[in-house]
Ligand binder design. Structure first.
Ligand SMILES: Nc1ncnc2c1ncn2[C@@H]1O[C@H](COP(=O)(O)OP(=O)(O)OP(=O)(O)O)[C@@H](O)[C@H]1O
Ligand SMILES: [Mg+2]
Length: 236
């Protein structure tokens, strides 16, 4: 479970203080798939980093149990390791035997369509490919909580749709906090959509959405949810 109580955050930046996150209370139950949408700069990454324990909130308390894997907004791969090496890294740290490590890495590289680039260096990949490698690296460790910061932003529409489908499958039984700019993506993937106001971010809509395995893009309920979220996003 993830629970934020009275969390707020102010950065001490070079240009002065920036209040990024307004007082926020948020509880995410195990197995929920929660998306966060909101304008650029409203504090989505800040929220995710606080949940991940990478940023210490200026106020409030954060509880998050279990292992959490983070897919960052900008690809962050180890430049001195191959693509497969990057995916295997977390498994190696967990002392997973070599053969099993290789097999798992291959499975997740396959999943993101990078099987042919296992031996390449990160700099030899395009931005979208680096992002997919990062996704494989995080999913390979099978964390109980997955935090994803616009993981599909740099991908073409087809790849994006395929990975959305894979993510829904992989998300089963896990807790996911997913940041995206796409209202449609948020509604189609999640069981719950949060909309944040412009900076300092606060949650202005918390909408449960249906979440059966085969989400139909054209169902009236989905279209209504997309409309509702979009209306709040554009009015804040
Ligand atoms: N390390 C930092 N130091 C100072 N200010 C920061 C830092 N990181 C973020 N900010 C500021 O906090 C605010 C929220 O940033 P954040 O990265 O959380 O936004 P975001 O919603 O993720 O935006 P985007 O959709 O563009 O990724 C912004 O005004 C930003 O300038
Ligand atoms: Mg961000």
């Amino acid at each position: 479970m993830i629970r934020l109580t009275g969390v707020e955050h102010t950065y001490d930046g070079r240009g002065g203080q920036v209040k990024a996150l307004h007082r926020t209370d948020l509880t995410i139950e195990p197995g929920e798939f929660v998306s966060v949408v909101g304008a650029s700069g409203c504090g989505k990454t800040t929220l995710l980093r606080i949940v991940a324990g990478l940023v210490r909130a200026s106020a409030g308390t954060v509880e998050a149990d279990g292992e959490c894997g983070v897919v960052f907004q900008r690809p962050s791969l180890y430049p001195w390791l191959s693509v497969a090496g990057n995916v295997e890294f977390g498994l190696k740290m967990r002392r997973v035997p070599r053969a099993q490590r290789k097999a798992t890495a291959r499975q997740y590289l396959d999943l993101v369509g990078l099987a042919d680039f296992a031996d390449a260096a990160p700099y030899e990949l395009s931005g979208g490919m680096q992002q997919r490698c990062q996704i494989a690296r995080v999913l390979a460790t099978e964390p109980s909580t997955v935090l994803m910061d616009e993981p599909f932003g740099a991908l073409d529409a087809l790849t994006r749709e395929r990975l959305q489908g894979e993510l829904r499958r992989i998300a089963t039984g896990r807790t996911v906090l997913f940041v995206t700019h796409s209202v449609e993506e948020a509604v189609l993937l999640s069981s719950r959509v949060l909309v944040m106001s412009p900076r300092p971010g606060r949650i202005v809509l918390d909408l449960p959405v249906g979440n059966d395995a085969a989400q139909d893009r054209s169902s009236p309920a989905i279209l209504a949810a997309i409309d509702e979220v979009r209306a709040v996003v554009t009015s804040t």
